[in-house]
Design a protein around this ligand. Sequence first.
Ligand SMILES: [Zn+2]
Length: 205
Amino acid sequence: MVAAYKRNWITSRDGNVSIRHHDRDHFYITPSGIRKQTMQPELFKKIAIMNQPIDRWSWTELEYTDISANLRPSGEIPLHFGLQKRMGQHANDVRVVMHFHPTYCVAAMHAGINLDQLVKDFPELGRYTKVAPNVPDVAPISQQLADETISRLDVDKEGNIAHDIIGIKGHGVVAIDTSPWRTYEHIERLEHICKIVLASGNYGR
Ligand SMILES: [Zn+2]
């Protein structure tokens, strides 16, 4: 969160991250409304993933630390919960979901660029990062944002995800991987390409 703040990927209270260990039926998520550049581990919210009755997934808060007890989980919890409950691809690993507002990714979408098309001109991008088709304008912290994002990331019934990162128009990106820094690198890589494209002025206008 500190690194994202320093790179202008978020302003103070933006952005959210969740982390799940492969063998646990709970995950950790950043709280709502706190300054992310001074975020401490004790502030994370601990969330149980419940599947009782079967196919009626829901979540509930678990006790974690005294200081986190009075905080609410991130407003984007429908997105994080929807991904964290489904992911089987990383069955023997940690699963990290990151949502930030990186300047050049958001600017590129605002300029009409489909982020998944950038790999045609910048094949190096696709070597390490698979980019999903943009999500069109949807309201922040909505179930629709979660549903549209998860469907375009292409998560199958076994929990395999076809893409590493996706842009949400007028808003930001969501990235997924097996560690915080691996997840961060997907955003860094896409942000770098978007910066190059915008600096070139050659993007179809
Ligand atoms: Zn956001």
